[in-house]
Every structure is written in structure tokens, then in C-alpha cells.
Design a protein around this ligand. Structure first.
Ligand SMILES: Nc1nc2c(ncn2[C@@H]2O[C@H](COP(=O)(O)OP(=O)(O)O)[C@@H](O)[C@H]2O)c(=O)[nH]1
Ligand SMILES: [Mg+2]
Length: 360
């Protein structure tokens, strides 16, 4: 009975995904090193393969030893991370950032490949480098995210390790990081509380809902860190309110359906909140740029007049009186244009008559 209900639910989720997504939904999987991003992508990929449409999977970690899922695009095929380190004399982190930068210059090709799959793929999953800051605070990470978000429904999936986050201070630093990414990217955001096969995520959900529960967890600690976490928890209240968090086990697959439902809701959020805001900002940027150009032109003209006045030059004497620009001699026979040679001759005549009148 329960299995039948599950199958029915799965079919409903599948059909809504099918209907809504004309383009594949891009999931950018972020999280601290060891939180389980790669294992999460592996679990998601194997479950989706068992369904009607397999996902399109992209590995953006140039330093991983092996990719434990069927991958469609692997950054390691394009950029050799070890060679990059050697050639540019870089350490491991510099090597990863540079490899990602090199790959970002070819990202238009990735876009084309994902677009090609629009009819037979619902999800494009991007696994990112182990060290989160390599992606979130690098130029290439921002370029990749913004390019995807401009073209596809894009959702950030932030993976948290529930085993390591049982310490309230670690939990708080993880949430602060999540908050900083959310406000930087402003994309729909799902927190995946991973490893619930080891530690259930109930404690984290309670800390997010109830400040007193979080304070109780911190009560035995009077360190500076604990005091800071306490005050930050009150500040993060607004952030927690709109947050979607799902429990997940990348090992057993528990929480898979809940996660797909969260993706569905995030796509609606992308369409209703992100897209209009993105368009509004772009319009504002274009308007600001055009205003700036007009302002610069006006400024130039006023400075020009001011200089002329200061030097006692009558405006217009040293430029062509017509609105047309003057063409060089080879263009002189084109009708409607005063030739350069004619212009020079005119100028010479004018100067001569001026000097004649001055001498007489
Ligand atoms: N028990 C358990 N272990 C997990 C889970 N997800 C990942 N791991 C383990 O956590 C470690 C780091 O996982 P990995 O996917 O490489 O993390 P990444 O650096 O974020 O890509 C590996 O040893 C995984 O087997 C999970 O849901 N449950
Ligand atoms: Mg990984």
C-alpha cells in the first residue's frame, strides 16, 4: 500500500517536473569540503537514471581523483589541474581556481550542450570543487552561476553535514556561510541536511525555528564564539523564515522525494521572484548606462563651451558648419559631402582675406 502511494507520489512529481520545465533545471551543488556534495550527486544521479529521464551531470571539480557517477561533462577532460599547477607554479587552491577560470572561458560550449538536451533532460546537476570558497568567491564561479541563472531555471543546493553541525558553533558558521551565498546570488536556495542516516536533522530544524532551543544548546559555553553565535542566531531569524531545508542521506537516498518537491517549489520561486527581479535590475542597469552616457555628453559639451568662452573662441568656427563629418579626398565626389581638400582651400582663402584686411 505504502509502495503504491510512493509510486503515485513519484509519478505526480515527475509529471509536474515534465510540464513546467521546458528547459532543464540547473542545480548548483555547493557545500563545505566533505559535506557530501559528490556523494549527493551520485545518489541523485543513480535515482534519476532509474526514472524516465536521466539527468545531465557536470563535474566542475578539477582536483577530484575519480567521479563516482556517469558524468556528461568533466572539467578534468578539458583542464589538467596538475599541469596548471606546474606551469603557473601554483599551490593546490591556486591550481583549482586557475583551472576553473580556464574552464569558464569555454563555458558557452557547456551552455550549448545543456540547451541541446532540453527535450530529454529535466535536470542538469553541477558538482563543485571540495573547497567551497573556490567556487563561491571566485570570478569564474560567479560567471558560471550568473550565466546559468540568466538562461535556465537555476537553484542553489547547499549541502550541510549534520554529523559535524551538532556543535551549535559549527552549525552557526555553516548557516552564516549559507546566508552570505544566498544574499550574494539571490537565487532559490535549498539546504540539504545530509548524512541523516548517521544523525537526524531534527535538532537543526529546531534550532532554526526556536531561538530558545539554540540558546539552550549553547548554555554551557560562555566563550566569545558562543556569545557571537547567540546574537547571530537572532539576526539570522529573517533568513531562517524563508529557508527550505530538507533532510537527506546521500548514502541511503532517504529524503529524495522531499528534495524533488523542494526543487519544484524552487523553480516556481525562480520564475516568480528571481526572473522579474533579474529583468528589473537589467533594465535599471541599461537605463543607468544610457543616463550616464547622456550626462557625460552634456558634461563634455558644457566643458567645451566653457573652455571656448575662456579662450575667447567663437563656437563653430573651427568645426564644420554642416552636421555632416568631412570626408577625405578619395570620398570627395560623393554628393552631399564637402571634401577635405575643398575645406582646406576654403580655410586658406579665409585666412588670406583675414590677413589682407588686417594689413590694409
Ligand atoms: N554516512 C554518510 N556518509 C556520507 C554521506 N554523504 C557523504 N558521506 C561521506 O562523506 C565523505 C565526503 O563525501 P564527499 O561526497 O566526497 O564530499 P564533498 O567533498 O562534499 O564532495 C565520504 O566519505 C562520503 O562517503 C551520507 O549521507 N551519509
Ligand atoms: Mg566532491
Amino acid at each position: 500500500m505504502a509502495t503504491a502511494k510512493l509510486a503515485e507520489d513519484e509519478a505526480t512529481i515527475d509529471s509536474t517536473l515534465l510540464e513546467r520545465h521546458k528547459k532543464p533545471v540547473c542545480l548548483i551543488v555547493l557545500g563545505m569540503a566533505g559535506s557530501g556534495k559528490t556523494t549527493f550527486v551520485q545518489q541523485l544521479t543513480s535515482r534519476l537514471h532509474a526514472r524516465s529521464k536521466p539527468p545531465y551531470v557536470i563535474n566542475l571539480d578539477p582536483a577530484c581523483r575519480e567521479v563516482p557517477y556517469p558524468v556528461n561533462i568533466d572539467i578534468r577532460d578539458t583542464v589538467n589541474y596538475k599541469e596548471v599547477m606546474k606551469q603557473y607554479s601554483l599551490g593546490p587552491n591556486g591550481g583549482i581556481v586557475t583551472s576553473l577560470n580556464l574552464f569558464a572561458t569555454k563555458f558557452d560550449q557547456v551552455i550549448k550542450l545543456v540547451e541541446k538536451r532540453s527535450t530529454n533532460t529535466d535536470l542538469a546537476i553541477f558538482d563543485t570543487p571540495g573547497q567551497i570558497e573556490v567556487f563561491t568567491w571566485s570570478a569564474s564561479g560567479t560567471i558560471i552561476t550568473e550565466t546559468l541563472a540568466a538562461l535556465f531555471p537555476t537553484v542553489v543546493v547547499y549541502v550541510i553535514d549534520t554529523v559535524r553541525s551538532v556543535s551549535p558553533i559549527t552549525f552557526m558558521s555553516n548557516m552564516l556561510y549559507a546566508c552570505s551565498i544566498l544574499y550574494k546570488l539571490r537565487l532559490p536556495f535549498i539546504i540539504v541536511m545530509n548524512k541523516i542516516d548517521v544523525v537526524k536533522h531534527d535538532y537543526a530544524m529546531e534550532w532554526m525555528k526556536d531561538f530558545d532551543a539554540f540558546e539552550l544548546a549553547l548554555s554551557s559555553d560562555s566563550s566569545y564564539n558562543a556569545n557571537l553565535s547567540r546574537s547571530l542566531s537572532l539576526t539570522l531569524d529573517e533568513f531562517y523564515k524563508d529557508l527550505t531545508a530538507v533532510g537527506f542521506s546521500a548514502v541511503t537516498g532517504e529524503g529524495f522525494d522531499e528534495f524533488l518537491a523542494a526543487v519544484d517549489a524552487a523553480v516556481i520561486e525562480y520564475e516568480t521572484d528571481y526572473c522579474p527581479e533579474h529583468d528589473r535590475l537589467q533594465k535599471l542597469q541599461t537605463e543607468a548606462r544610457s543616463k550616464d552616457k547622456t550626462r557625460q555628453k552634456e558634461q563634455f559639451e558644457s566643458d567645451f563651451q566653457e573652455t571656448n568662452r575662456a579662450l575667447g573662441i567663437t563656437t563653430g568656427r573651427h568645426v564644420s558648419h554642416t552636421n555632416e563629418i568631412l570626408l577625405r579626398s578619395q570620398e570627395e565626389d560623393r554628393p552631399g559631402h564637402k571634401s577635405f581638400r575643398n575645406f582646406m582651400e576654403e580655410q586658406k582663402k579665409k585666412q588670406q582675406s583675414k590677413s589682407n584686411s588686417a594689413s590694409s
